[in-house]
Design a protein around this ligand. Structure first.
Ligand SMILES: O=C(CO)[C@H](O)[C@H](O)COP(=O)(O)O
Ligand SMILES: [Fe+2]
Length: 224
């Protein structure tokens, strides 16, 4: 029996007040977030630095029930699988551009007890990820060049989402970058069901309303 993908909204706390991350996460969860998208940048894979597994380990007991989707923008994703699992990560999303062996890496992530996400940058064609979809729980289509929050949504990435949704009707497909109230309809119509939104939610005066509106758009898109 086929299963319809479920809409999940995952705020990115990249542009939140990182000095009070626990509070920022709780605010998002209280506003209706289904999961938290945590952006790890190493200064090599992308020209920016954020945080690593020590911070995740500290955050885990503060928000024990939250699902942590780790967006690993790192040059050596194999290196951080075990430290992230030990820190309490639930899903480990690596970039296909950062590994020559996605199958072995996916297996390692599963053996460490986490779900597998595979991300593609805007310049990477969707064909690159197709052979590995069976090994993954989720495919991430980047809608900005990874590295910074607050960038402009790239609408031409929606074709990748459409291809993935047509080929894999039950798959979790995540979009990340510049997603907010003005761009959510495009994501929803293309078939995305996991929605990362940073600035548009974290910077909103009423994050609960923004999350609810995005959810309504995605549910409508999945129903069609
Ligand atoms: O991976 C990312 C950047 O590389 C972030 O998750 C993303 O940019 C979210 O922030 P915003 O919604 O502000 O674009
Ligand atoms: Fe991200």
């Amino acid at each position: 029996m086929s299963q319809r993908p479920v809409c999940k909204i995952g705020p990115s706390i990249l542009n939140a007040d990182l000095s009070n991350l626990h509070h920022a996460c709780e605010k998002m969860l209280d506003s209706g977030a289904d999961y938290l998208h945590l952006d790890v940048m190493d200064g090599h894979f992308v020209p920016n630095l954020t945080f690593g597994h020590p911070l995740v380990k500290c955050l885990r007991p503060k928000v024990p029930d939250a699902f942590f989707d780790m967006h690993m923008m790192v040059a050596n994703p194999t290196e951080w699988v075990e430290p992230m699992a030990d820190a309490g990560a639930d899903q480990y999303t690596f970039h296909i551009e950062a590994t020559s062996d996605p199958t072995t890496l996916s297996r390692k992530i599963k053996e460490a007890g986490m779900k597998v996400g595979i991300g593609i940058k805007p310049g990477t064609g969707v064909e690159a990820v197709l052979p590995y979809v069976d090994a993954a729980d989720m495919i991430l289509v980047m809608t900005v060049e990874p590295g910074f929050g607050g960038q402009k949504f790239m609408a031409d990435m929606m074709e990748k989402v459409r291809v993935l949704r047509q080929t894999f009707p039950e798959m979790d497909i995540e979009v990340d970058g510049g997603v907010g109230l003005t761009t959510i309809d495009q994501c929803a119509q293309a078939g995305a069901n996991m929605i990362v939104s940073g600035s548009a939610v974290v910077g909103a005066s009423d994050p609960k309303a923004v999350i609810a509106q995005m959810r309504a758009a995605v549910v409508k898109g999945l129903d069609k």
